[in-house]
Write a protein of this length. Structure first.
Lengths: 583, 219
């Protein structure tokens, strides 16, 4: 920053020196009329441009607009050389006396970001420089000082011949070129202005309008001179164009100040409105109004999920850094990101405005963020509820199949056997006896299947006696030795007990199926308002959390109770399934 | 033939109750009363003073473990009345809870077992006479528990059979009959088992069951 300051300071000193040199040249000129007025006006205009240009340069070092404004000021001082009495200084001065207009056109077309956005604009600017230098050439080559209405002017260093016809033709040609070019620049400027967003227009208006006025007067002045119109009109237009030209930097300054005032107004209004409270779309609309960007969106940062969501809690994406149309501004509170305002890229030209709006909206965005977080949670619950319903349906289908394929088939077979036995009773009691014996066996198998099925749905001992006996029974049935390391002394809520039971049941099933473990350890404890269920084994590890529907179903069951399920299974180092359920 | 054994039956299913009553009467028991819930059961036990009550675990109003609680109440208030609990499911927690205080005149059988008439009537008779009865499936679960440093691994398959029958509450004579060996052989096995499991030998059957169960539960 200090480096930039020093450089800008040097440029300012140069500006002062160049201005003073110009002043000296004009004041000592033999052929300039009204030297005093001319000198003061030139100094005022040149220093105004350099001063405001340096200010803009300092405030926005990245934007070349300030550089261009400063350049306009220096280019303007070049014209003072035409007041010199020495032939070559005079000639050079006249040739360069319109360059400042070309730099001005360059600046105008590069407004507000300081860059020429397209090849077409670059060509227009190139043409402007060419015409600016070529413009005075006919008068320097084929006209005498009499025709130029300047009796005391020194002789041109480029003078070829006194040829009024050639001079007129060339002058008309160059004037027509210049008028056409300025007209075209006018058209481009106006259409660019129309195409800008509201916020951009607000920033651009003073410069564009003063620039447009200047161009209009310039066209008038050039036309008057080209057709040899009344001298007084030409002088008047030249004077008006100088005044307008002097006004442009102040127009820019005014635009800057106005955006400050508007910015303060917008922020005040925003704070006021937000204190009245707002709903979801309300905050977006307030920010959209304050920044004059209808496309504005607010997104929120969910720290726990590490992702951006919209107000409804749905995942949202931020525009890329090189997105030509959209940009975003982060909103932070106490050093933490709470959200971001996604807006038109043009607002990046006014970072202070967006910054103060973001700061003012911080609290509201934080509140909205909490709401969005809640909605994201609800969204998640909706999904897991859907999965639970789905799992319930799948479970019922499984039960139905097991009942049909198992117990029901056996009972049908049994009924057939009994019917046959009934027929045999009279004539063949021995066969009937055997049949009934078989039926007896079939029946006890059917009963056994029904018992197993009922236990899978919900073990009666769990609701009657609680976790410990239920887990002991699970442990007792496991082919892998299970150590039951502890259970809470008091009963837990039924839903929590059931969840804990099924966590252990599923975990032990997996231990037997996959872990190749020599033993497992089960514990249920209470800690910090949570029931903590742990099942650890000394097996091969490397369990895949996505394996099968069992773990997924468990995770849903646990999350339905607001709990978490965690699987730690490093390769070769056993598996730990841990569930934490709030009690 | 001596006096018939008098039974009170409690089950909320009339069908099952009637079925049990017919079966028991057919096999020489006297059904003194039938009850549909625990309250009714306690009243009828008090009124009839039967030798044994056959009680379903699940009964109104909550259909959870009324039968178990009624069984405890009967054993507490009417020490002369035995209780045989019938359960829809194999739940060793219930069985151990019922038999851990005293195995005297107490039994726990899977409901399916009633179809195996001989062993069912045998169990009713045993409990009525102050003995105990534990369902073979519960015993299998207790014996089947996987343990680290399992002393049960040191006993022979034959001894294991004897141990299971002991846990079910059978007498030496019944075990000898079931395994088709002499009572003398059974006694030898029992002595061996008790020394291997480091248990104090007892004579009475129901005390022996208690010791075996305590051992199996603790291990």
């Amino acid at each position: 920053m200090t480096g930039l300051r020093r450089a800008l300071g040097l440029v300012a000193i140069e500006g002062i020196v160049v201005g003073l040199v110009a002043l000296a040249i004009i004041l000592s000129s033999d052929h300039f009329e009204e030297r005093g007025v001319n000198a003061v006006l030139s100094l005022f205009i040149g220093w105004s441009w350099i001063g405001v240009g340096l200010f803009a340069w300092w405030r926005r070092p990245d934007n070349r607009f300030g550089v261009l404004m400063t350049a306009v000021g220096f280019a303007f001082f070049l014209g003072a050389l035409s007041a010199a009495d020495a032939t070559w200084l005079f000639t050079t001065g006249v040739l360069l006396s319109s360059v400042y207009l070309a730099v001005f056109v360059h600046m105008l077309l590069a407004y507000p970001d300081g860059r020429l956005g397209s090849q077409r604009l670059r060509r227009v600017v190139g043409a402007a420089y060419a015409v600016a230098v070529l413009g005075p050439l006919p008068s320097m080559t084929f006209a005498t000082s009499k025709e130029l209405d300047c009796g005391d002017c020194p002789r041109s260093g480029l003078f070829i011949a006194d040829d009024p016809t050639t001079f007129r033709v060339l002058d008309l040609l160059v004037s027509a070129l210049a008028i056409g070019l300025v007209g075209y620049v006018l058209y481009v400027t106006l259409s660019r202005f129309r195409a800008s967003s509201t916020s951009q227009r607000r920033l651009m208006a003073p410069v564009i309008w003063s620039g447009v006025c200047l161009l209009v007067v310039l066209v008038g002045s050039l036309t008057t001179m080209a057709v040899d119109g009344p001298e007084r009109l030409g002088d008047l237009m030249y004077f008006v164009s100088l005044l307008l030209f002097a006004f442009v930097p102040y127009g820019f300054l005014f635009g800057l100040l106005r955006s400050r005032v508007l910015q303060a107004g917008a922020v005040t209004e925003l704070l006021h409105r937000m204190s009245e409270g707002s709903d979801r779309s309300g905050l977006r609309d307030l920010l959209s109004n304050a920044l004059g960007d209808r496309s504005l969106q607010v997104v929120y940062w969910l720290e726990d999920k590490r992702r951006w969501v919209d107000a409804e809690g749905r995942p949202a994406a931020l525009p890329a850094d090189d997105d030509p149309a959209r940009a975003f501004t982060r909103v932070e509170r106490e050093g933490r990101a709470v959200g971001a305002i996604v807006h038109d890229r043009s607002l990046c030209d006014d970072p202070e405005l967006v910054g103060s709006v973001a700061a003012a909206a911080g609290l509201s965005i934080e509140n909205e963020r909490l709401q969005a977080q809640l909605r994201a949670r609800v969204e998640e619950l909706r999904a897991s509820r859907a999965r639970i319903v789905e799992a319930g349906t799948a479970e019922r289908r499984r039960l139905e199949r097991n009942l049909h394929d198992g117990a029901q088939q056996r009972l049908v077979a049994l009924s057939l056997t009994l019917r046959v036995a009934q027929g045999k009773l009279g004539k063949d009691p021995d066969v009937a006896h055997d049949l009934l014996g078989g039926a007896q066996e079939e029946l006890s198998r059917a009963l056994e299947e029904l018992r197993e099925l009922a236990r899978g749905i919900h073990p009666a001992v769990l609701s009657d006696r609680g976790l410990e006996p239920a887990l002991e029974a699970l442990a007792g049935r496991s082919p892998v030795p299970v150590e039951l390391a502890g259970t809470p002394r008091d009963r837990l809520p039924p839903a929590v007990e059931a969840a804990a039971y099924f966590v252990v049941a599923e975990a032990l099933t997996n231990v037997v199926k996959y872990a190749q473990a020599s033993q497992a350890r089960v514990s249920v404890s209470r800690s910090n308002g949570h029931a903590v269920v742990e099942v650890a084994d000394d097996g091969v590890g490397g369990a895949d959390p996505g394996r099968g529907s069992g773990l997924r179903g468990l995770a849903d069951r646990i999350s339905a109770l607001d709990g978490t399920l965690e699987l730690r299974s490093p390769q070769g180092a056993g598996t730990l399934l841990r569930a934490e359920i709030p009690v | 033939m001596s006096e018939p054994i008098r039974v009170v039956i409690a089950d909320d299913s009339v069908l099952l109750r009637e079925g049990l009553a017919r079966l028991l009467e057919e096999f020489g028991f006297e059904v003194a009363g039938q009850a549909g819930d625990a309250e009714d059961l306690l009243r009828k036990v008090g009124a009839h003073k039967p030798d044994v009550a056959v009680v379903d675990v699940r009964m109104p109003p909550t259909h959870t473990d009324e039968g178990l609680r009624a069984a405890h109440a009967i054993r507490r208030e009417f020490p002369g009345v035995g209780v045989l609990v019938l359960s829809q499911y194999v739940e060793e927690a219930y069985a151990l809870e019922l038999l851990s205080q005293s195995t005297e005149a107490t039994g726990y059988l899977l409901k399916d077992r009633v179809a195996d008439v001989d062993s069912f009537t045998d169990a009713v008779r045993r409990v009525a006479n102050g003995g105990s009865a534990l369902d073979p499936e519960v015993v299998a679960l207790l014996l089947g528990r996987r343990r680290r440093e399992d002393p049960l691994q040191s006993i022979t398959p034959r001894e294991r059979e004897v141990l299971a029958l002991m846990a079910e509450g059978r007498s030496n004579a019944a075990i000898a009959e079931a395994l088709v060996v002499t009572e003398r052989a059974v006694e030898k096995h029992v002595t061996s088992i008790f020394s291997k499991l480091d248990l104090t030998p007892t004579v009475e059957d129901h005390r022996r069951v208690l010791a075996v169960l305590a051992y199996l539960k603790a291990a």
